[in-house]
Design a binder for this molecule. Structure first.
Ligand code: P5A
Length: 440
């Protein structure tokens, strides 16, 4: 993409309305535009990041055996009357009437909808287990939408729903999602810590929140900092190994980690040595629930068990805040100059900076590199604008692509270009013709 043609409205001034760094940087980098309180348009750069986060989430859901569907954003109120949640949900639910005066709502979550789909088709334990997920916009009329996409009213969620004939099966489904989550966050460059949690309006008695530590988070958390050292991607666990997976997770959650609702100061002091006790804020980037038959019993989602009895199916639901993650990743990875994207979600792989647009030799080297990098499979943002070098450097640092390739007249005369790693600021000169190979 040539920056001269790209729609990337960066701002020099810090927007006054943004209270936390991720919100400021998302506005300054031209990633999102507020439409009304807690509701945003995603501009090209922001949308690229959102799609890449979505893709990592999707790949890990698929690898765990979950299957993607797409349910609508607008749901009929009658489904929620069946589960009893229509009246319970309160003011957070956006209620709508259609032209026939039928009660509809903009879905804040999809437990009822997926239960209706399930009960229409599945009758026997032989068709289980199943886990269906979608990545779809939700609406919650939050009392205090704030911090940009972190607490929005309209936001993108990945929500999965598991179906099993009994509690043991559901427990394994829960563990599979648990593991998939740990892998997902690590691929996104985050170390998320699972914490026992309250279940709130979703219900049930087993639940974990996945939280990344950040002083701008809204959850108060207490945990053992050893959690930050685990490498899940290097730990091989097979999803169909019921015992092995349970053991891996048990071992892992044995360390202390709790949100303030579940916190026990005595246990914290006794179990976690000095110097390893984190007490501060965190951002909830995911939340999983096992709630058994809370929806299937009232909504009559029944399957035959091996003994031939019709029983309500055991369910769990599993959420990841996809749009919130865009902000959370920035909270975890930025410096005074801007964002530092992990390679897995960066909107482009490389920023190519032409220090003297209009100079025939520099333009030719840039055009050549632009082509070669793209041939090598790289997504390249080419700054070909007629701008001061300083402004180009500042914009490129602000938008935080992992690599910058800087091409100027001096280097071109010597056959060299400069390669800068955004995360460390480290620079090296390399021969122009070696660049594409080098970045591979
Ligand atoms: C689990 C999936 C649920 O809704 N039902 C389906 C369950 N859980 S949850 O905890 O309420 O939400 C899941 C995740 O969505 C993100 N999230 C938000 N992101 C941005 N703005 C919001 N207002 C918002 N509310 C929830 C969080 O990451 C949460 O963990």
């Amino acid at each position: 993409m040539r920056l001269s043609q790209y729609f990337m409205p960066t701002l020099k001034e810090t927007p006054a309305e943004a209270q936390i760094v991720s919100h400021r940087l998302m506005l300054r980098a031209g990633m999102v535009r507020q439409s009304s309180a807690g509701i945003y348009s995603w501009l090209p750069l922001g949308l690229r990041v959102l799609k890449r986060i979505e893709q990592v989430v999707r790949e890990e859901q698929d690898a765990s055996g979950a299957q993607e569907v797409l349910m609508p954003t607008i749901q009929p109120a009658d489904l929620w009357r069946e589960s009893g949640r229509y009246d319970d949900y309160g003011k957070e639910m956006l209620r709508i009437k259609d032209r026939h005066e039928r009660d509809m709502l903009y879905g804040p979550t999809n437990e009822e909808q997926i239960t209706e789909i399930f009960r229409s088709y599945v009758r026997s334990y032989r068709e289980l287990p199943k886990n269906l997920y979608h990545i779809q916009w939700k609406f919650r009329d939050e009392q205090r939408p704030r911090f940009g996409v972190m607490r929005g009213r309209e936001f993108l969620m990945k929500d999965a729903y598991s179906f099993d004939v009994d509690e043991a099966g559901a427990r394994h489904a829960y563990n599979k999602m648990f593991w998939a989550y740990l892998r997902t966050y690590q691929r996104l460059g985050l170390q998320a810590i699972p914490m026992r949690a309250a279940t709130g309006p979703i219900g049930g008695n087993l639940s974990h929140e996945f939280i990344i530590l950040a002083e701008t988070g809204e959850s108060s958390v207490f945990c053992d900092t050893e959690y930050l050292k685990t490498d899940f991607l290097a730990t091989p666990v097979a999803y169909d190994d019921v015992k092995g997976l349970a053991k891996a997770i048990e071992g892992f959650v044995a360390r202390y980690a709790a949100t303030d609702e579940q916190h026990d100061e005595k246990r914290f002091a006794a179990e976690v040595p000095d110097g390893r006790r984190y007490q501060g804020k965190g951002i909830e980037v995911g939340h999983i629930f096992y709630f058994g038959t809370k929806y299937s019993a009232p909504m009559k989602a029944l399957v035959s068990d091996p003994a031939g009895n019709m029983v309500p199916v055991h369910m769990g639901s599993y959420g990841i805040g996809v749009s919130r993650l865009a902000g959370a990743i920035i909270e975890a990875s930025h410096d005074k100059d801007g964002i530092i994207w992990p390679a897995s979600v960066s909107p482009f792989d490389v920023g190519l900076i032409n220090l003297k647009s209009g100079d025939a030799k520099v333009d030719a080297v840039c055009a050549d590199l632009y082509g070669k990098l793209r041939q090598a499979g790289k997504q390249v943002l080419y700054d070909d604008r007629d701008e001061r070098a300083g402004a180009k450097f500042a914009d490129m640092d602000l938008i935080g692509l992992p690599w910058q390739v800087i091409v100027g007249p001096k280097g071109v005369a010597a056959g060299k270009v400069e390669l800068k790693r955004r995360a460390t600021g480290q620079r090296e000169e390399i021969p122009a013709e070696a660049l594409a190979q080098h970045l591979r």
